[in-house]
Design a protein around this ligand. Structure first.
Ligand code: PHE
Ligand code: ZN
Length: 864
């Protein structure tokens, strides 16, 4: 429990049910920024309008500033006051013009919220509540404003001045300074405000929209990075076309700019007409970016672009509706990526991500619904639940409606709510109306946290030819939600004949909505095998009584690729949990199934690579009541070794077959590279004497980062002398490339070696390590804390290391620090000794003087 001392410093809770429309609207703002890293003057002129017959003053949010001056209707006033950081101005009329002036210091802004300096340039980040750090304003998404922005800055240091909307003027000021003015015709909430001042160059392109509007595209980077922007430009054009084709959504300004910055708390930001990106989601070439990076860049470019409609044209009424824009936009970017390559492999990757990040959240102390009810700090709710489970909820509605009706429903949503700040309820109502279905019970997905568990048991009477499927659902309790109602679970299922390996009937979509249900199948003449939750149609955990033989059968014969993958995963998981519990397990079924997959001529390399990969340590842990990290590690290593040995010839054949020619970024070349490195991992696991030299050969000969980092990953978990050699070569080759150095840090933090903590502690003192850069902090501390065995080593030193780093990071950047708390919050899943040590670290964090509310919320909730 929280002690009194911290409870008195307790920040205020914001509750969804307390929502009230704004007292004042601000139809227009003129912002004048006199830019300088050490001291920037911000003059804001707001047209404010009273929204109803109330007598409440104007309250403008702020963040610690005091105004240098306040004017009302052109006259300086003194009867303003500051209350909890907000500027309160008594006003008599129904409409006024308010002018404020403040001074801020971008170069001392380490939180990276508001206006800050990155790599010598100036940029902004306003979502969720950063605009109040730039000027006094009603910082809430339901206040929509037309912006005019004028910037002035030193011309040599900041030759480029960008803001939202269209450029309307620029000129010299004579004293070495210059100015530029931008107007955004679309009213927007202040979280979408952005400006950039810097020494940047653009990769320019043109996109013609389907109605013939010519859009000037620009991706702005440091001059040296220009050659690494080609992939992002292509992705942007492809996304713009896709949104026209698939959702009928066209771009609406003459300019679309993206700026890449090195210091960024998240992935990227969808500011209207001026997206700002973490440079890791823009910069790519074969030498420095992996296939995974290339894919992520396309996905994030698409995501931010798609926000122009799902987020900007239709925005959120309040931050409890965050999933309205994020869940829907993730669903849109996932569909986009699926259309660019293998849809099956994309679905496998997305489900793997959901299980790695969202399922643990849903089963831990920070569990929350996709539309939460309360928060202390909204930044803590940019979670896998809001984003990825939110996307699954949209996907389920899309599945239930079917493609045509879903499109009709999204058209209705965009038309009805264009230019407004909407709610999740508005979206669901459009799904009902456009799709002609009743989603009353389905709405529970918005309010109930936790991952549903579905049990499925199929019986068959050979005599009558009748098969009966018994389904039951169970919703686990989560903090604040002890009892839950049954949900609507759309489950795709199909039966296969065990002898003929042929489908029995076609795929059905079942809507499981009661706690228990039975489904009967007639004229089933051979023993049926159940394929369920095909395509992962519902984000649930399915428990079945299917035998190892049935899972192996499905892994070979199911006609849904996701279901094949899933059957293999389940077979592997059952074997690994058995091995972790008993110190040994029979590996024969997994070996046979993997062998079969490797030799199936109908499967492509990318799918094979996913299917033969063992579940992660942490996902195995999630299946167990108590996580034993050492036992899990040993069980997994043992299975890897046996697979490596038993199938050594096949791995070598796969490896050799996948030694592609020159680098090419195509789905098939990517698949080959993926399979090659997976095979290399198994060859190394087999203990083959030449494994290290094979890996080192791949490392040295690689003409792309996927192969090079893949080989490095293999070496870094082993004991061969090539390990140090490769790390040194890698470091020296890329010491001036921050994004690649991040890989150097994270690859070591993820190592399976016994001395990983010692290496990581050493790396935290490396001259290239800094907590000031979020990517670097995540590459070392974030990666280490998801290395289940190293982080949870019995001494507790892993916990201490992470807590030390997070306490230090919180002083610089609370948002990024708070995001790294969840691994420590998993204490309930571990034995008493570990749990006590994890709690002690969380308590130490909570007791730290001057702790941010971001960290306070995450750490104190994690203790509850
Ligand atoms: N809205 C951004 C996105 O998902 C994420 C983000 C949130 C970025 C907060 C920065 C700050 O596209
Ligand atoms: Zn988003």
């Amino acid at each position: 429990m929280l002690d009194v001392q911290t409870a008195t410093a307790h920040p205020a809770v914001t509750r969804r049910e307390d929502y009230r429309p704004p007292d004042w609207q601000v139809p227009e703002i003129a912002l004048d920024l006199d830019l300088d890293p050490a001291s920037t003057r911000v003059n804001a002129t707001l047209n404010v309008v009273r929204t109803s017959a109330h007598d409440r003053p104007l309250v403008l949010d702020g963040a610690g500033q005091t105004p240098l001056s306040v004017k009302v209707d052109g006259v300086a006033i003194n009867d303003w006051r500051i209350e909890e950081d907000a500027l309160v101005i008594p006003l008599s009329g129904s409409a006024h013009v308010i002018e404020t002036e403040v001074e801020i210091a971008p170069d001392r802004n380490t939180q990276l919220m508001g206006l800050y300096a990155s790599g010598g340039n100036l940029c902004t980040q306003c979502e969720a509540e950063g605009f109040r750090r730039i000027t006094f304003f009603p910082d809430r998404p339901d206040v929509l404003t037309r912006y005019k922005v004028r910037m002035a800055a030193d011309k040599a240091r900041f030759p480029v001045l960008l803001a939202n909307g269209d450029p309307v003027g620029a000129g010299d000021l004579g004293d070495g300074r210059h100015w530029a003015e931008w107007h955004d015709p679309y009213p927007k909430p202040c979280y979408l405000f952005a400006m950039v001042a810097g020494d940047l160059v653009a990769n320019r392109a043109t996109f013609i929209t389907r109605s013939g509007r010519q859009v000037a595209l620009g991706i702005w980077v440091r001059p040296a990075d220009l050659p690494k922007t080609a992939h992002a430009i292509e992705a942007l054009k492809t996304s713009m076309k896709w949104d026209e084709d698939v959702y009928g959504r066209e771009y609406d300004l003459d300019v679309f700019n993206i700026v890449a910055v090195d210091d960024f708390n998240f992935g990227a930001m969808e500011n209207k007409g001026l997206n700002i990106f973490n440079s890791r989601y823009i910069l790519a070439d074969a030498e420095t970016a992996t296939d995974y990076d290339f894919d992520a860049i396309a996905a994030v470019v698409a995501h931010e672009y798609f926000h122009n409609w799902s987020g900007n044209r239709v925005t959120c009424r309040d931050w409890f509706q965050l999933s309205l824009k994020e869940g829907f936009t993730v669903f849109r970017d996932q569909s986009f990526s699926a259309d660019q390559g293998s849809a099956a492999v994309k679905r496998i990757e997305d489900v793997r991500g959901l299980r790695a990040a969202q399922f643990p959240e849903d089963s831990g102390p920070l569990a929350h619904a996709i539309r939460p009810d309360a928060y202390l700090e909204i930044s803590n709710f940019y979670t896998a639940t809001i984003y990825n489970k939110g996307a699954e909820v949209i996907r389920m509605m899309a599945t239930m409606l079917g493609p045509k009706q879903f499109r009709a429903a999204t058209d209705l949503y965009f038309d009805r709510f264009d230019g407004t700040a909407a709610t999740c309820e508005d979206f669901v109502a459009c799904m009902e109306e456009g799709g002609g279905i009743d989603l009353t019970q389905f709405r529970l997905w918005y309010s109930q946290a936790g991952t549903p568990r579905v049990s499925a048991s199929l019986t068959h009477e050979p005599g009558s030819g009748r098969a009966v499927l018994k389904l039951a659902q169970r919703m686990p309790p989560t903090p604040g939600q002890p009892d839950k109602k049954p949900m609507v679970l759309p489950l795709k299922l199909k039966l296969f004949g065990a002898e003929t390996a042929q489908p029995i009937g076609s795929e059905q979509l079942i809507l499981l909505s009661d706690a228990e249900e039975q489904i009967s199948f007639e004229t089933v003449t051979e023993r049926p095998v159940l394929s369920i939750n095909r395509g992962f149609s519902a984000p649930v955990i399915v428990e079945t009584d299917r035998s190892a033989a049935d899972l192996a059968f499905l892994s070979a014969h199911d006609d849904d690729p996701f279901a094949r993958y899933e059957a293999m995963q389940q077979l592997m998981l059952d074997t690994l949990v058995e091995g972790a519990k008993h110190g040994q397990a029979d590996h024969a079924a997994v070996i046979a199934a993997v062998a079969n997959t490797l030799q199936d001529p109908h499967l492509d390399s990318a799918f094979i690579a996913e299917a033969v990969l063992l579940p992660s340590d942490s996902f195995i842990g999630d299946q167990m009541a108590l996580v034993d990290p050492e036992a899990i590690f040993r069980a997994r290593e043992a299975l890897r070794r046996d697979l490596g040995r038993a199938l050594e010839a096949q791995w070598r054949a796969a490896y050799d077959g996948a030694r592609a020619a020159k680098f090419e970024y195509s789905p098939s070349a990517k698949g080959q590279r993926r399979l090659k490195t997976v095979a290399l991992g198994y060859i190394a696991a087999s203990g083959a004497v030449d494994a290290a030299s094979l890996a080192f050969g791949q490392f040295e000969a690689a003409d792309n980062m996927t192969d090079r980092q893949g080989a490095l990953t293999t070496l870094v978990s082993g004991n061969a002398p090539e390990r140090i050699a490769a790390l040194d070569i890698f470091y020296n080759r890329y010491s001036d490339n921050a994004l690649v150095l991040d890989k150097w840090f994270s690859t070591q933090a993820l190592s399976a070696r016994d001395d990983t903590l010692a290496m990581v502690t050493e790396l935290a003192r490396h001259r290239d390590f800094t907590l000031a850069n979020p990517n670097r902090a995540r590459a070392l501390v974030g990666a280490f804390s998801v290395n289940q065995r190293a982080f949870n080593q019995a001494s507790g030193e892993g916990y201490r290391f992470v807590a030390d780093q997070l306490i230090a990071l919180d002083k610089l950047n609370p948002q990024t620090a708070a995001k790294l708390i969840p691994p420590l919050g998993r204490w309930r899943r571990f034995d008493e000794a570990r749990a006590a040590m994890m709690r002690a670290e969380l308590e130490r964090i909570v007791a730290t003087p001057g702790l941010s509310k971001d960290m306070f919320e995450q750490a104190s909730r994690s203790l509850a």
